[in-house]
Design a protein around this ligand. Sequence first.
Ligand code: HEM
Ligand code: HEM
Length: 322
Amino acid sequence: MDSQYHKGLHYFALATAGATFLLLIAGALVTSNDAGLSVPDWPLSHGQWMPEMVGGVFYEHGHRMVATTVGLLTIVLNIWLWKVPSYPWVRTLGLVALGAVITQGVLGGVTVLFFLPTPISVLHASLAPLFFCMVVTLAVVTSPDWVHLSRSFRDGWRKVKKGADRELKLAILTTMALYFQHVLGATVRHSGTVNGTKGAVLVTSALVAHLVGALAATGLILFVARVFTKRIHDRSILRLVYLQLFLLFVQLLLGWGAYLVRIDPATQVQPSVSGVWITTSHLTVGVLLLVTSLVVTLRLLHNVALRDRGPVPEPTLAGQTV
Ligand code: HEM
Ligand code: HEM
């Protein structure tokens, strides 16, 4: 099957990625405000579809509303991918993303019904960035740059499995390390809590693992910057690498801030506005670091595929012939 560039589809995938980013922030606000149990039932909220949006209900029910919107967008994105000529692996990725968003919704409901048990809350917090990565990948591979490359991209991926460029391997490793660091962060955030509130202890072993992860992630990002500025000439990749250095700097500061918030006895009673701001930003910048690394990886894969394929025809709009 051949593939064509569909401007509408690409922009729709971009919008879905944008909405998912907002959803992650909305979710982080639920946790940071200790609002997870403001609505104790599910799938209804206080027995209604639209409860009064007061106190923590604003965050919890608001998060559910944004999640429902993203779920609907993911369904439409899948229908669109099946309606236009798309490569099978892109359609499969769409379906996996749909499965992920449904699972995520169920995990969200289950964690509420069982009073936010740590393992379920950590799973919910860890599947979220994975789903985001899938939607971002769909937005990237439906762009005009990619449409003629999709098949060779798949072949390129096979080569990666056999042993790829050093830069590509490094980018994949960094992306995986940043995801793992996110899971460790989620463990710190959700462990040692009682019914979702931070009133209990900060689990030191989880924090130590997260700090070791921070050290590894920092080392990898600095190494990537060193190697890439010497060996990579693709400006778009270099821009992303510089952005990542900036995000890393901000993230380390926010990490320190999140630690101070977490050990502050006052915020254990009632989350402070600055505390909410700092912990939500730490999660958000962590997600941005992860997707920046993912987009660098995809761009490198694109370049490997481009190299294998040779000159690429001008992207055509749906309905036009090459
Ligand atoms: C469907 C897509 C969804 C995504 C991508 C998503 C994402 C997230 C994220 C990123 C967080 C923050 C985790 C953290 O701060 O560590 C969160 C928290 C939360 N989400 Fe969702 N969510 C989704 C659906 C739902 C649904 C349908 C519910 C229904 C009840 C829900 C309930 C919650 C609750 C209660 C929390 C706070 C958990 C805690 O504090 O332990 N989520 N979500
Ligand atoms: C590259 C560096 C880092 C990355 C990518 C990162 C990422 C994250 C993420 C994504 C979360 C939230 C995960 C979730 O709930 O979904 C988190 C939580 C946390 N991180 Fe980091 N982090 C980094 C460095 C640090 C550093 C240096 C510290 C300093 C001690 C730190 C302290 C914390 C704390 C205390 C939490 C829990 C916050 C809370 O309970 O609300 N992080 N981290």
